[in-house]
Design a protein around this ligand. Structure first.
Ligand code: UDP
Length: 454
């Protein structure tokens, strides 16, 4: 770390894996630039303070019951959290800003950086005269575009004719009309008022940070976002290249997959993971496992505990299929994903296209097979398959033949070679952006200057 600059930054991540990782990465970057770090976090999905001994962690109660923490409805979870955390967060901030320990006297609190989905922070920070910067963990195009969803919902019927399924959604490119129902398939009214609040909280902030985006991935939407939000925007790029987020993993990664990968041939393995939230049915798991096994390529399959509906883990996979899986595959509960993607043996990533997973794959030059489930995953997948053309889209078909075919196309056929070549170029561009004088590098410098000036 550079010498302390006498300034402290307060970070307030949303308690979801895909939101904690980018916030902790930002914390590591700012710490390396001399800022002291305080992370305020909920009891639910609390990060491990022991993994970051140089940061101060302050836990606030979140009021969630055990059952509420297990809900699969993310919007409901987030609106509940926003209701129950406002008052404990205010108490925590008040205590911090009014406590006068010896250390505090030497340090100035520069600003609060919070996830865009915490929507109660604006009046609070204002009452303390505390500058507030918003962090979005989405792709810029999704964050910028998703405020139009309530309007789309009002204007459109969700049932589509077969002939219009592939038509573009003019207001939200590069989505196709068939992508809209899974995006809008959420608690509608709740979501509409929630997204209005997110927009207001963003527009009244002192700046907006995109941790895993950069000009190379988001040029057009960055330009539009700058026009529309009218606050400084910092697209600081895939910072995990320099600051891996493994230490902020909420689950324990099974490191035996690396030894297993060591035994496989170069670019021969298909890695499958659907991130920390997506769920599948028992029959979907079985179709996926058959598809991977029948492809005859080695595969590493992550099945999160509790992610297969109505089962504990993989106990419903039939014996015959388990025998087949053992020949070529390995199943784990959670993988050290960034290490897996970096591994020379990994040749493809069958992914739900969460934004972190998508960018991690791009940064390692691993082409994808896209199986998005909900929300921003649908847009990210369209960028992968239709815009950058670095992956094959399954178009929602979780069928063994379709999966087997996609794996073979990607890993064994000339089409896969072309996709891999395109991915290599994209990877190089994105990696260049975080190097000295790259677009993300410069954006980070501006961010550091801005925070220092508060
Ligand atoms: N991840 C991991 N091991 C796994 C699956 C996921 O370390 O087995 C990490 C992955 O590297 C990424 C995050 O969890 O940083 C998932 O974020 P993403 O935005 O892709 O998906 P979400 O979990 O938010 O749906």
């Amino acid at each position: 770390m550079e010498k302390s600059n006498g300034q402290r930054v307060i970070l307030f991540p949303l308690p979801l894996q895909g939101c904690i990782n980018p916030m902790i990465q930002l914390a590591m970057i700012l710490h390396s630039r001399g800022f002291s770090i305080t992370v305020i976090h909920t009891r639910f999905n609390a990060p491990k303070p022991t993994s970051h001994p140089l940061f101060t962690f302050l836990e606030i109660p979140d009021g969630l019951s055990e059952a509420e923490t297990r809900t699969h409805d993310v919007t409901l979870l987030l609106t509940r959290l926003n209701r129950s955390c406002e008052s404990p967060f205010r108490d925590c901030l008040t205590k911090m800003l009014h406590s006068e320990t010896e250390e505090d006297e030497k340090q100035r609190i520069s600003c609060l950086i919070h996830d865009a989905q915490w929507i109660f922070t604006q009046p609070l920070a204002q009452s303390f005269n505390l500058p507030r910067v918003v962090l979005s963990t989405y792709k810029v195009s999704f964050f910028h575009g998703h405020f139009i969803l309530p309007q789309l919902r009002r204007e459109r019927l969700l049932s589509l004719q077969d002939s219009e399924q592939d038509d573009p959604v003019e207001e939200f490119p590069p989505l196709r009309k068939k992508d809209i129902p899974p995006i809008l398939d959420e608690e509608t009214e709740l979501l509409d008022s929630y997204s209005d609040k997110i927009l207001e909280t963003t527009k009244t902030s002192s700046g907006l940070i995109f941790v895993s985006s950069c000009e190379e991935l988001d040029q057009d939407s960055l330009r539009q976002a700058r026009q529309d939000f009218k606050v400084p925007i910092y697209a600081i790029g895939p910072s995990h290249i320099n600051f891996p987020a493994m230490s902020s993993s909420l689950f324990t990664p099974d490191e035996t997959c690396i030894q297993w990968l060591d035994k496989q041939e170069d670019k021969s393995v298909i890695y499958l993971s659907f991130g920390s939230l997506a769920n599948m049915s028992r029959s979907e798991l079985i179709e996926i496992a058959w598809g991977l096994s029948n492809s005859d390529q080695p595969f590493l399959l992550v099945v999160r505990v509790g992610s297969v509906k109505d089962t504990e883990w993989i106990e419903t996979i039939p014996e015959e299929l388990m025998e087949k899986i053992k020949e070529k595959g390995k199943i784990v509960k959670w993988a050290p994903q960034q290490e897996v993607l970096k591994h020379r043996a990994t040749g493809g990533f069958l992914t739900h296209n969460g934004w972190n997973s998508t960018v991690e794959s791009v940064c390692e030059g691993v082409p994808m097979i896209c199986l998005p489930f909900v929300w921003d995953q649908l847009l990210n997948a369209r960028f992968v398959s239709d815009v950058w053309m670095v992956g094959i889209h399954l178009e929602g078909r979780i069928e063994r033949n379709v999966i087997e075919r996609a794996v073979r196309r990607l890993l064994l056929e000339p089409e896969g070679e072309v996709i891999r070549e395109r991915m290599k170029h994209l990877m190089e561009n994105v990696r260049r952006s975080v190097r000295q004088n790259g677009s993300a590098y410069r954006s980070l410098e501006h961010l550091v200057d801005r925070i220092s000036s508060f």
